[in-house]
Design a protein around this ligand. Structure first.
Ligand SMILES: *Cc1c(COP(=O)(O)O)cnc(C)c1O
Length: 381
C-alpha cells in the first residue's frame, strides 16, 4: 500500500531528545524567557559556530532588528542587503526607518555579487556623500556567499557585515562555519529551517558588549534598579526557556540533518543533472560546503521543452510540494521603490527556478514517489 500523504518542502524534524529538555523546564518551573535551557542553547551555538557570544531570541527577524539597532541604524540610514532573499532580511531595515539598498546576485552561488556590491557603494557615496551604514549578507538555501570577495569590499569602505545565516546553519566556507564571518550574525529556528525550536532565532558576535546589549534590549531594556526604570526603548524579543529546550535537543541531531539534506541533494542531481536545460545550485569548489537546506534548480525552458510551472504543477498533482525560488525583494510591491543594483539575475532565477522537497525527515518511500513522479514527466519513463 502506498501512502499518498502530502510530501512537504521542508517540515520540522525532531530527533527524540527535545522533550527531555522541555520536561526539565517544566519540572523546575523555568517557564520564562530565561533559565538553564536559554543559557545551554546559547553555549551550544557558541561551541558549534566558533563564535564566542550568542543570544537566543524570538526569531531570526528579531535578531537582524537588534543587530541594526546596535550598529546605530536610524531613520534615513541606508543599509545594503541581498535582493535574492526572504523578506525577514529586509523588514527590520524598515522597522528602523532605514532605506534598503538592494544588491543582486552572481551566477555561481546565487548570492550577492561582489561587483554589484561595490558599484552600489560607489554610487551611494556619489549620490549621498556617505557609504551605507551596514550590509546584510544572505546565504540563500544554505549556499555560502563569496565571502572573501564581499569581506574585502566591506573592509575597503569600512562597512560592518550582518551575516544572515538563517538558512545556513551547518554550512561552512573554507572550513569555518557560516555565522562566524559577520561583525554580527544571525540564525533562524523557524519551523521550516534545518533545525527548529517551533520559532526562534539567535544573534552571534565576537563582540561581547554587543551581545550583552542585545540581551538587554530583548528584555524590555530594564535598567539596573529594583523598580522598573528605562533609559532606552526595549523589545520583548527573548527566547523562552521552554522553546530553548527544543533547540538544545535539535543541536544533538544538527549534523545528521545536514548530512541527510546533502544526501537528498545528491539524489536529485543524480536523477536530473544529465538533462539538457536543468541546472542545480552547486558548490563552486571545495571552499564551499552547503547544508543544502533546500535543493534548488533552474530550468532553461527552450532546452528542456517545458517550464518551471509545468514541473511544479505536475508534482503538486502527485501531492508533492515544490516552490518557486524566492521572489527578489526589489520585485516586491512593498520594496520596489527602493534603490536596486544589478543585472536582474535574481529575476531570471525567480522565473525559472524551483526548490524541491528537501526535509531531513523524507524517507525512502517518499524519495521513491518523487523519483517516479519526476521520471514520468521528464524522462517519460
Ligand atoms: C527565515 C529567514 C529569516 C527570518 O527568520 P525568522 O526566524 O523566520 O524570523 C531571515 N532571513 C532569511 C534568509 C530566512 O530564510
Amino acid at each position: 500500500m502506498t501512502d499518498r500523504s502530502k510530501i512537504l518542502l521542508s517540515s520540522p524534524h525532531l530527533g527524540g531528545h527535545e522533550q527531555k529538555f522541555v520536561q526539565t523546564a517544566f519540572d523546575t518551573n523555568w517557564i520564562a524567557p530565561l533559565g538553564p535551557n536559554v543559557d545551554g542553547f546559547e553555549s551550544d551555538l557558541q561551541d558549534y559556530s566558533g563564535v564566542p557570544h550568542a543570544a537566543v531570541l524570538a526569531s531570526g527577524t528579531a535578531a537582524i532588528h537588534l543587530a541594526l539597532i546596535i550598529l546605530g541604524v536610524k531613520q534615513y540610514d541606508e543599509v545594503l542587503v541581498s535582493t535574492f532573499t526572504f523578506s525577514g532580511s529586509v523588514n527590520p531595515i524598515i522597522y528602523q526607518g532605514g532605506v534598503p539598498i538592494m544588491v543582486d546576485s552572481e551566477p555561481e552561488t546565487w548570492n550577492m555579487s561582489p561587483e554589484h556590491l561595490e558599484n552600489a557603494i560607489v554610487d551611494r557615496l556619489t549620490k549621498t556623500g556617505n557609504v551605507p551604514k551596514a550590509l546584510i549578507l544572505v546565504h540563500l538555501y544554505g549556499m555560502p556567499a563569496k565571502l572573501d570577495e564581499i569581506i574585502e569590499v566591506c573592509k575597503k569602505y569600512e562597512i560592518p557585515i550582518i551575516e544572515d545565516a538563517a538558512e545556513a546553519l551547518g554550512s561552512s566556507y573554507k572550513n569555518r562555519k557560516l555565522g562566524s564571518f559577520g561583525d554580527m550574525s544571525i540564525y533562524s529556528f523557524n519551523g521550516n529551517k534545518i533545525i527548529t525550536t517551533s520559532g526562534g532565532g539567535a544573534l552571534l558576535s565576537n563582540n561581547e558588549e554587543w551581545i550583552k546589549r542585545s540581551r538587554f534590549l530583548a528584555t524590555q531594556a530594564r535598567d539596573n534598579y529594583v523598580h522598573y526604570e528605562h533609559s532606552a526603548i526595549g523589545y520583548n524579543y527573548r527566547m523562552s526557556n521552554v522553546v530553548a529546550g527544543i533547540g538544545r535537543g535539535q543541536m544533538l541531531v544538527l549534523d545528521d540533518w545536514v548530512e541527510k539534506r546533502r544526501t537528498i541533494n545528491s539524489f536529485y542531481r543524480q536523477l536530473l543533472e544529465g538533462l539538457d536545460g536543468v541546472e542545480f545550485l552547486v558548490e563552486p569548489n571545495n571552499d564551499y560546503f552547503s547544508n543544502h537546506w533546500l535543493s534548488a534548480l533552474v530550468i532553461d525552458e527552450s532546452s528542456l521543452g517545458l517550464d518551471r510551472e509545468r514541473i511544479r504543477l505536475h508534482l503538486l498533482a502527485d501531492n508533492i510540494e515544490s516552490r518557486p525560488l524566492w521572489k527578489p525583494m526589489h520585485m516586491q510591491p512593498i520594496f520596489s521603490h527602493f534603490p536596486y543594483y544589478g543585472d536582474r539575475l535574481s529575476e531570471r532565477l525567480f522565473h525559472n527556478g524551483l526548490c524541491l522537497p528537501s526535509g531531513s525527515n523524507l524517507g525512502d518511500p517518499e524519495m521513491h514517489r518523487i523519483e517516479k513522479s519526476l521520471n514520468r514527466l521528464l524522462l517519460k519513463g
